[in-house]
Design a protein around this ligand. Sequence first.
Ligand code: AHR
Length: 324
Amino acid sequence: MSIPRRTILALAAAASPLAAALAQGTMPKLERKANYRVGFAQTESNNPWRIAQTESMRSEAQKRGDQFVYTDAAASAAKQVSDVNSMIAQKVDLIFLAPREERPLVPAVMAAKRAGIPVILLDRRVDAGQAQAGRDYVTFIGSDFVDQGRRAAEWLDKAVSGKARIIELQGTTGSSPANDRRKGFVDYIAKRSDMKVIASQSGDFVRDKGRQVAEALLQAHPDATAIYAHNDEMAIGAIAALEARGRKPGQDVIIASIDGTRSALQAIIDGKMGATVESNPRFGPKAFETLDRYARGETIDQWVVVPDRFFDRENAQQFLADAY
Ligand code: AHR
């Protein structure tokens, strides 16, 4: 009696994770070509970081003469899934995806894989329990968000001599930077008995939402002495909220943040913000170099780490002109 291939694969998939991976098929290859048609599925364009990232990707594609198929998910994970599906329908050669949230974008990654189109994740991850680098997508190129949170906490620790009542402004709920920046920060301050997060809420990485959330949390916690924002835009919003309450940012309330935008560097120079850990948005050169390496059949690490600098009052002026 012959057993159908589909049944064998289903049985193998049920038997072990490795067999399951094999049953799901192998990673799509990328043919070597002089020029490619690449997709870039962006999450949103409502902050300087996203704009700088898109600009870096677009200008690198232009430099190489590659065709750039760009979509903006306008802060909707559902739209981003359909953006990727549309790129699949257009048969692009490869998709660069900045997944807005960890879980909702897994089906998009898997759909591209099934369609034979390689995916490179940029700056944010998808749920590692459901999709993995080297098996379902080529690699993840991005910063170490946990370390960014740790570095912000370490700076704050020194700035407040180990004593602070902290308001945390979280990034987009369910996104890898929000999850990891929280973890890095909270794990560090767990070692400091006098540093406490007294309130924590999402401002969705958006300046005005950051301002509104900071306003509400400062109202409820007038004794806060520090603010940790998961990105600079929300930190700038928090500065406005503090000033509206007649409190002096940088003096009454110490602010640490992440990104390294021009506005943040200026706020540091003005004494309103203490420090920002860089999260480098200029992905273009590294992203396309990785595409080339993949097309040449080279082995790509599961995580291509983007190194980040650190800005405080010692060097903010020096890097201001080059900031985005
Ligand atoms: O994923 C990186 C984060 O996304 C940046 O810190 C933030 O500004 C952006 O929206």
